[in-house]
Design a protein around this ligand. Structure first.
Ligand code: ASP
Length: 349
């Protein structure tokens, strides 16, 4: 069974295959029960609204048996490790485990359901990056050559951890900007084209040259544990110093777009008056999350066979090209990879 733990588990071609499947699922009133006979466990050890609900709805609509576990009410609260918990799920016949954890890296044991990360500590949030990529792709009709400004708490954001591992491989040029205390280390995410401290640059200039800006929430809940806490900005002064104010948003071109993975703390990282700005895609991101997570769950535990044989996934490395089938021209990935196999879509068997 494939695991989806990092944005690196998605090849560029599989990303476009997932976009296509997500689009097909969205177009259907009644999604086909592609997970019928499968069980999906949701194991959440940190708060979540969008991710948890969308995974839960996605699994239900695809016909899976859904088990919702509050980590505090499992033996995790007695000190059982995540790996041991996953083994228990596998022994009980669970096919897919959707995991949110405070640990930065998820390491499934040898005997494990297929694990889909729903966010791991300050490490990664791969399905968020995937749904943001789809939202950008829909808005611009391409990803190749897009200039994305990521603005906010880079150092503690798992969302950024996945964007930096996914989007550059799809041709997106990322400029990452943060208060100096939250810049993080360049060598950790080498795919990022440019990383700048907001104290050193004009945010207006950065906004003026971006096709899209992805604003990140300051991860206040993680700062207490962080060595740089004393130098951190405070909520009261954040918007004026570093955030997307109404005045700064004027520097963004009318055709540019604003994204945020949510939850938005209006008045801290974004001015509340921008809630209804025509350039903001926050609601679309939430909607898209459902279909992207449906597609990922199908890939993780779906009832489909790759044509021509061969494994669906290698070692922890998701190969979901099975979903691609014959991609229509608009879904042809601009990045060609060697050794792609032809697979059939679950819709076209
Ligand atoms: N919802 C995202 C996450 O879980 C972003 C955030 O909380 O700021 O990482």
């Amino acid at each position: 069974m494939p695991h989806f733990l990092s944005a690196e588990d998605f090849s560029p071609r599989s990303v476009y295959a997932l976009f296509r499947l997500a689009g097909e699922l969205r177009a259907r009133q009644e999604p086909p029960k592609l997970l019928s006979g499968r069980s999906v466990a949701l194991l959440f050890g940190e708060p979540s609204t969008r991710t948890r609900l969308s995974f839960s709805l996605a699994a239900t609509r695809l016909g899976a048996e859904v088990l919702t576990l509050d980590e505090r009410l499992t033996s995790r609260a007695k000190g059982e490790t995540l790996a041991d918990t996953l083994e228990v799920l596998a022994l009980l016949g669970v096919d897919v485990a959707v995991v949110r954890t405070s640990e930065d890296v998820i390491r499934p044991p040898a005997l494990s359901p297929s694990v889909v990360s729903a966010g791991s500590g300050t490490g990664e949030h791969p399905t968020q990056a995937l749904l943001d990529a789809w939202t950008l792709y829909e808005a611009f009709g391409r990803l190749e050559g897009l200039r994305l400004l990521v603005l906010g708490d880079l150092r503690h954001s798992r969302v950024f951890g996945s964007h930096a591992r996914l989007l550059p491989r799809l041709g997106v040029r990322i400029t990452a900007a943060a208060p100096r205390a939250w810049l993080g280390r360049e060598e950790d995410l080498p795919g990022v084209a440019e990383r700048v401290a907001l104290e050193d640059v004009s945010l207006e200039d950065l906004l003026a040259s971006a096709d899209a800006v992805l604003v990140l929430r300051p991860q206040w809940e993680r700062h207490a544990h962080s060595a740089d806490a004393p130098a951190s900005p405070t909520p009261a002064s954040y918007l004026e110093r570093y955030g997307l104010t109404k005045a700064r948003a004027r520097a963004l071109r009318p055709e540019s777009r604003i994204l945020h993975p949510g939850p938005v703390t209006w008045g801290v990282e974004i001015d509340p008056s921008l809630r209804e700005d025509p350039r903001i895609l926050v609601r679309r991101q939430v909607e898209n999350g459902l279909y992207v997570r449906m597609a990922v769950l199908v890939a993780a535990g779906g009832n489909f066979e790759p044509c021509g044989g061969g494994a669906v996934a290698g070692e922890g490395n998701a190969d979901v090209e099975a979903l691609g089938g014959d991609l229509p021209p608009s879904f042809e990935p601009p990045v060609r990879e060697e050794g792609n196999r032809a697979f059939s879509s679950p819709f076209h068997r």
